[in-house]
Design a protein around this ligand. Structure first.
Ligand code: SF4
Length: 402
């Protein structure tokens, strides 16, 4: 019987003897030009130029440039925050799962009256918070659905109750879409809503509900949610009221590089005006049991988007690695690609986990992950003040006794 492998090998030898080159490995015809263009962008940044939206789009569309963007984003982070990687101890309490927005990417909401719909009582909320405080929490991330039955007085009472019981705890609560919902239900202006909640105990705002700040994407995934302009307006007024906030981006549904760069551009423009964002956090859509399609954002998409964001958002001091969605190993890699913060413990988390992200780490595991990635771990407050720097491990990480 004829041996096809032998025949193939003999054919190759014959081809080499005749001096012909092996067939070239297929490559994208424009790959070389793309990389050259990307290198020119990075060189311009090195000379002090500010990245444009078109530059960011070119970088995001060129996966082959990942390591070079990551190198520069990592260098940016080391120059600004040194070798310290911060983290926060907190819990993410969802005060209600009732929501009438029905985002297509969300698996958390329940309709009013559903058998498993809930609103936490003050006693239940206090119990959850005191459990987190006993575990070392310095911040409570408090978010929930857009419950049409809850007006501003309910939120004021919740904040006053928790502030009274835990005066030194940072209440990092109510994302812009919840603020927008509260003002609609209560008939208040945006400024009055924020000022009343601030007076009741609200300390800072999380950046949830941003998804991708492009109405082309938002109209497809959550038509009943606030627009990109409205999301930015809540942050702007919050910053004017003296509240700090974080900015987020969840990508990997139907968005394209141009939508992500529009998002980054809009954040940077607002930050130039107010300076109120403390950090940027991006993560990829978790498809899980939701009805929304996804474009399958990969690990390279995540790292490249995170690194490009680091270089683009030159006016936002901190970038978080998103290990709850990407996993601890990818979170460690992100620290070498521009992230300077490992997020928080999220002792309890309901929204992202409902969509299928199941990664969990306690404080000890976070410290080990940071140190294992080659950095110094430090516990921080919500506003990025350092509370405690962990000494570097003196034992080898693998406990070698040789
Ligand atoms: S993401 Fe928020 S606003 Fe959208 S359905 Fe889920 S809970 Fe409601």
């Amino acid at each position: 019987m004829r041996d096809p492998h032998k025949h193939h090998t003999a054919g190759r030898e014959l081809a080499f003897r005749r001096g012909s080159a092996p067939a070239p490995v297929p490559r994208r015809s424009d790959a070389h030009a793309d990389i050259t263009a990307c290198r020119a962008i990075l060189e311009g940044l090195g000379q002090g130029q500010r990245m444009t939206q078109a530059d960011a789009e070119q970088l995001l569309a060129t996966p082959a440039i990942l390591n070079e963007v990551g190198r520069d984003a990592g260098a940016w982070a080391r120059e600004h925050t040194g070798d310290i990687i911060t983290y926060c101890v907190d819990t993410n309490i969802s005060y209600t799962n009732v929501c009438d927005v029905y985002c297509r990417f969300c698996a958390f909401w329940r309709t009013p009256g559903a058998p498993d719909a809930y609103v936490l009582t003050p006693a239940r909320l206090r119990h959850k918070v005191s459990t987190a405080v006993a575990a070392g929490a310095t911040q409570i991330l408090l978010q929930g659905g857009h419950n049409p039955a809850l007006g501003i007085e309910w939120y004021e009472a919740m904040l006053q109750d928790l502030k009274g019981a835990f005066p030194s705890l940072q209440l990092h609560a109510l994302s812009p879409s919840e603020i927008h919902h509260i003002r609609q239900v209560s008939g208040c202006s945006l400024r009055e809503t924020l000022s009343r909640l601030h007076a009741a105990g609200l300390d800072s705002l999380p950046g949830g509900g941003a998804e991708v700040l492009s109405d082309e994407v938002r109209d497809h995934q959550s038509i009943r949610k606030m627009s990109a302009d409205q999301w930015l307006e809540v942050h702007k007024v919050a910053h004017q009221e003296g509240l700090r906030s974080t900015a987020t981006m969840m990508f990997g549904t139907v968005d394209l590089p141009r939508h992500r760069t529009e998002h980054l551009q809009r954040l940077r423009t607002l930050q130039d005006q107010t300076g109120g964002f403390t950090a940027f956090i991006c993560w990829t859509y978790q498809q899980g049991p939701t009805v929304m399609e996804g474009n399958g954002a990969t690990g390279v998409d995540y790292l490249l988007t995170s690194a490009v964001a680091r270089l683009f958002l030159d006016n936002i001091a901190n970038l978080q690695a998103s290990w709850p969605t990407q996993g601890p190993a990818m979170g460690q890699v992100a620290l070498w690609y521009g992230a300077n913060d490992f997020g928080s413990t999220l002792l309890e988390e309901n929204v992202v986990s409902a969509a299928g992200a199941l990664h969990r780490m306690d404080e000890a595991a976070i410290v080990r992950a940071i140190q294992g990635a080659g950095f110094i771990a430090a516990k921080r407050t919500t506003l990025y003040d350092i509370l405690h720097v962990h000494p570097s491990p003196t034992e080898p990480l693998l406990g070698s006794k040789a």
